[in-house]
Design a protein around this ligand. Sequence first.
Ligand SMILES: Cc1cc2nc3c(=O)[nH]c(=O)nc-3n(C[C@H](O)[C@H](O)[C@H](O)COP(=O)(O)O)c2cc1C
Length: 148
Amino acid sequence: MTSIRILVGSVYGGALLTARAIKEALEHEGHRVTVLENPELDDITSNNDPLLVCTSTTGQGELPANLLPFYLALREQLPQQPGRPFGIIVLGDSSYGDTFCGAGDLMEEALYETAARKAGNTLRIDALETMEPESEALPWVRSWLDEI
Ligand SMILES: Cc1cc2nc3c(=O)[nH]c(=O)nc-3n(C[C@H](O)[C@H](O)[C@H](O)COP(=O)(O)O)c2cc1C
């Protein structure tokens, strides 16, 4: 049994639905999953659970408004989390070109600065390719669990 925390960033709800689908599937398998829709730094500093970022990209490669305060606090305070595993699922749209899935890169850089350890490769879900992000996220998350 693993206990994980999902940090959600979502504008239109796609990333949130994906996070909820992950929670439902993993809890079925006996894991404990906390979905944080408006995460605060305290939500991660009060425990050692592996972190899963599940965010979409908005603006020009930017983070959704519900995840931005967490990101800014993380960058400012840099609470050190040596070796803490994290993974990144990021939703985007490849028609945005250079800023494709940029929100995932921002979160990755910030978490690296806390000395956390990335597990697995970032999963980039392209809205041009799929209407059902959870169908890509679920198999990915199962192999991610093997790496944390
Ligand atoms: C105003 C706006 C700006 C966007 N900017 C980007 C972007 O810079 N890069 C990217 O990859 N996707 C961008 N997208 C695409 C979204 O990330 C994508 O549609 C995603 O699936 C939305 O997920 P959500 O429902 O969780 O917000 C943008 C979408 C909108 C509507």
